[in-house]
Design a protein around this ligand. Structure first.
Ligand SMILES: Cc1ncc(COP(=O)(O)O)c(C=O)c1O
Length: 394
């Protein structure tokens, strides 16, 4: 029942991958905080249990839960979102190979592809995912995988991954997708043929800004290839963190309902503010991918961005005036977080390149938490007032 893809996501988030409970068993299995397990002797099982191998019972339970959520055969938890991305890609390429990737990526993913992959003899061909035919045009004889991230940070553009999968199928190569921003509650790429689904579980899956973790979901064979690299590179997920993550996942569905609602309501509210020149949220009809998001996703997500009159100085004043929302990088926690992409996620880009990418100086990114909406509006109204003072005096 728990693995039945027909059971709802809410049910799978709580029971997915769980072993049946016997009389007297703890309803919540405790974390198995042990590095190693009895075995390896002359009469033992040849398969060794060792926590770096990812086969600690707590890690296994998490993997099963992830697979159940994503509707894939298998899943694995690792030490961070970046570890998930690195291992997923490295499990599919070798020296001389090429990959085709969307050019709109989380900064560290971009750096990994720009600097680490070439050191291993792997090169990257970049595409604009919204340019018709771009994926097909970029694929060549040495291409081993297509890589996509969606929704994109911080423009929240949505890639139609069905088109990417179509091209990949024609060439017999896999698609790897970072779906961190949507979380499995809003979008499950495996249902559309994506071969490896990645999340920075630090964000919505954990949901409380208190852990660092990554997960990958896919076929048993592909996850086994990743687990092999986990042995060699070693970014295992500590059992206590795996247990905390598993606890976070059980409330994913209700948290996401509230994240989705708060973000959409805030986006609509910011649209009425004279201090704001543009509101970015896939749930608004003004968003370039609104129709695609409505077709593909079960919810528009908890992220939004607002562009302020008065540019960078107004955005700075906005942040300084906040009393409830916290200025910090990252996203997906129960508390509202605000960040300035020009000083955080995109500080490595030139101002001109940021403008081209749709990230002007006055852009403020908001990860809507699950606090009371009216309290958030009150906080943001004060911050808008501070931004307006700066904009008016400029
Ligand atoms: C879209 C996306 N992918 C991956 C990562 C990396 O995750 P982690 O910090 O857990 O390594 C992040 C972090 O912000 C992210 O936003």
């Amino acid at each position: 029942m728990d693995r039945d893809p027909r059971s709802s996501l809410a049910t799978r988030a709580i029971h997915g991958g769980a072993v049946p409970l016997v009389e007297g068993a703890p309803v919540v299995p405790p974390p198995v905080q042990s590095a190693t397990f009895v075995g390896g002797g002359p009469d033992g099982d040849p398969d060794l249990l060792y926590t770096r191998y990812g086969n600690n019972p707590t890690q296994r339970a998490l993997g099963g839960r992830i697979a159940s959520l994503e509707g894939t055969e298998a899943g694995v938890g690792v030490g961070s979102g970046m570890a998930a991305i690195a291992l997923a890609i490295l499990s599919l390429v070798e020296a001389g190979d090429r990959i085709v990737s969307s050019r709109f990526l989380y900064g560290a993913t971009r750096s990994f592809m720009d600097s680490e992959l070439p050191r291993r003899g792997v090169s990257v061909d970049w595409v604009d995912p919204w340019e018709p035919g771009s994926w097909e045009d970029a694929v060549g004889p040495g291409t081993r995988l297509l890589y996509v991230e969606s929704p994109v940070n911080p423009t929240l553009r949505i890639v139609d991954v069905r088109e990417v999968v179509k091209v990949a199928r024609e060439h017999g190569i896999p698609v790897v997708m970072d779906a961190t921003f949507s979380s499995p509650a809003n979008f499950r790429p495996g249902e559309h043929g994506v071969d490896l689904v990645i999340h920075s579980a630090t964000k919505y899956l954990g949901g409380h800004s208190d852990l660092i973790a990554g997960v990958v979901a896919g076929s048993g064979e592909r996850i086994q290839a990743i687990t092999r690299l986990l042995h060699l590179y070693g970014p295992a997920l500590d059992p206590h963190t795996a247990w905390l993550l598993d606890r976070g996942i059980r409330t994913l569905h209700v948290r996401m309902e509230r994240h989705n609602r708060n973000a959409l309501e805030l986006a609509r509210w910011f649209e009425t503010a004279p201090e704001v020149t543009r509101v970015v949220h896939p749930g608004l009809p003004s968003h370039p991918d609104h129709r695609l998001a409505a077709e593909l996703m079960d919810g528009f997500g908890g992220m939004l961005a607002v562009e302020l009159k008065g540019g960078g100085p107004a955005a700075d004043a906005f942040c300084r005036a906040l009393a409830l929302a916290t200025v910090a990088p990252s996203l997906g926690g129960v508390e509202t977080l605000v960040s300035l992409p020009r000083l955080t996620s995109h500080r490595g880009m030139s101002r001109a390149d940021r403008e081209v990418a749709g990230i002007p100086e006055g852009l403020v990114r908001i990860s809507a938490g699950i606090e009371g909406l009216e309290d958030l509006k009150e906080d943001f109204a004060r911050a808008l007032g501070a931004a307006a003072e700066v904009a008016d005096s400029a």
